[in-house]
Design a binder for this molecule. Structure first.
Ligand code: SF4
Length: 417
């Protein structure tokens, strides 16, 4: 990480873009416009035989546009993220793989995949409030994000409709939120609320303040987590003194501390390249203001599924005082089979990385059980047949029928490349 490096200037068209313009979170656009600006006329051929034929700008854009037609998520991306892609080899780039689809890279879905594999809708007593565990609930405040991740577990709700998915949006409107607050107020066993979406970065500052204050006023709510990928994909907003979003987050964190309640930020980095000097400045700013930041990564094939990359990611997060909290097995959702890994991968990563990282910075490697069984440590499966790729789990701590069920995770079909 080189302090003050203008890393975006590696893209020819952005040579004269100033730091102020670059870090503005408003400077973003959709697929064709940015690809037209950033993709070089020719580049290296992929190591993957299915993608090796894509070596020119025209082929790349055509393949991405066709890939988007079948994808469950739209493509929206920030300049920060686009500037981190290695455009001399974009097809194999781990950041490109997360955000820009490729028709040639798409694999047929496993028959057991689902749009809402975690059964969040079924577990929502009120629209937008997922209540699965005894003490905690998920408050889906909005369904808009600063970027759209191809592998989003909430593809059934997040972002605009695509050619293959009609979404069930969770709009940021008071009438809907009031029903969710009312449920939380009436359920005194709830102590923890995750405010997510979509992404809290796309709530207005006064909306974040309103939600935070309402929750802090509820006597039985002890902890609030705001979930946002913003720090990872548009860190400049955190360091922009004129932007009120961070001020409100810090004010809530401090207001919580004064009354013995925790208000944190949960963010989402998947690759060490995503951490730049601007990210460090933003993380340092939050740390100095006393905001606790934790990270939740998703394990993705061709992105972070090897020991070196995952170790570097965890170490870099720790070095900027972001707690590496979870590494998730990829969820069994439609349209991203090329990104899922077998259970064996997460088991091996955990085994090799433990011991190289201080224990308190070691994330939990987990599987969010399909069917709503919640997160379990990957190593606590009840059975795993690596030949069939089927693993089973139980979650005896959950109440009622959920605590008695057997949950099944299916590995992706084996690949040779
Ligand atoms: S930022 Fe989070 S909610 Fe938004 S698309 Fe990515 S994974 Fe989904």
């Amino acid at each position: 990480m080189v302090f003050n490096e203008r890393y975006w200037a590696r893209i020819d068209r952005w040579k004269n873009i100033t730091l102020e313009e670059f870090i503005s979170h408003q400077w973003q656009a959709t697929l064709e416009k940015f690809l037209g600006e950033v993709v070089p006329e020719t580049f290296l051929s992929s190591k993957n035989s299915r993608l090796a034929h894509i070596t020119t700008k025209a082929e790349f854009i055509q393949d991405a546009v066709k890939g988007r037609k079948g994808a469950p998520m739209n493509v929206t991306i920030t300049p920060h993220i686009l500037s981190l892609i290695d455009w001399s080899n974009p097809v194999d780039d781990p950041i490109r793989r997360q955000f820009i689809p490729s028709e040639s890279g798409t694999l047929t879905d496993h028959p057991k995949l689902a749009f809402d594999s975690l059964h969040e809708e079924v577990d929502s007593p009120v629209s937008g409030l997922v209540h699965r565990y005894p003490g905690r609930a998920l408050f889906l405040a909005t369904s808009i994000c600063p970027v759209y991740c191809r592998f989003c577990t909430r593809a059934w709700a997040v972002g605009g409709d695509t050619e293959t998915v009609s979404k069930k949006p969770k709009k940021p409107i008071l009438r809907r939120w009031e029903q969710m607050f009312s449920y939380i107020e009436n359920n005194k066993e709830l102590h923890d609320i995750v405010v997510s979406g979509g992404d809290c970065y796309y709530l207005e500052a006064d909306q974040i303040a309103f939600i935070g204050k309402r929750l802090l006023e509820i006597p039985h709510i002890q902890r609030i987590r705001f979930a946002s990928k913003g720090l990872a994909v548009s860190p400049g907003r955190i360091t922009d003194a004129s932007d009120p979003w961070t001020k409100q987050l810090i004010a809530l964190s401090q207001a919580g501390r004064r009354i013995g309640k925790q208000v944190c930020l949960h963010t989402h980095f998947n690759h060490p390249k995503e951490i730049t000097w601007i990210t460090k400045q933003a993380a340092d700013f939050l740390f100095s203001a006393g905001v606790i930041v934790r990270n939740q990564s998703v394990l993705l094939r061709g992105v972070n599924d090897n020991i070196e990359t995952m170790t570097e990611l965890i170490s870099k997060l720790a070095s900027i005082n972001i707690q590496p909290y979870y590494v998730y097995q990829g969820d069994m959702v439609h349209g991203v089979e090329d990104l899922r890994t077998p259970l064996r991968t997460i088991l091996d990563l955990e085994k090799h990385i433990r011991g190289n990282i201080s224990g308190f910075m070691m994330p939990s490697f987990v599987v969010d059980l399909p069917g709503g069984g919640g997160k379990r440590l990957a190593s606590t499966y009840d059975s795993y047949n690596e030949t069939t790729g089927v693993s089973t789990w139980t979650a005896p701590g959950l109440p009622g029928d959920k605590g008695k069920r057997v949950y099944t995770y299916y590995d992706p079909r084996p690949l040779n490349d």
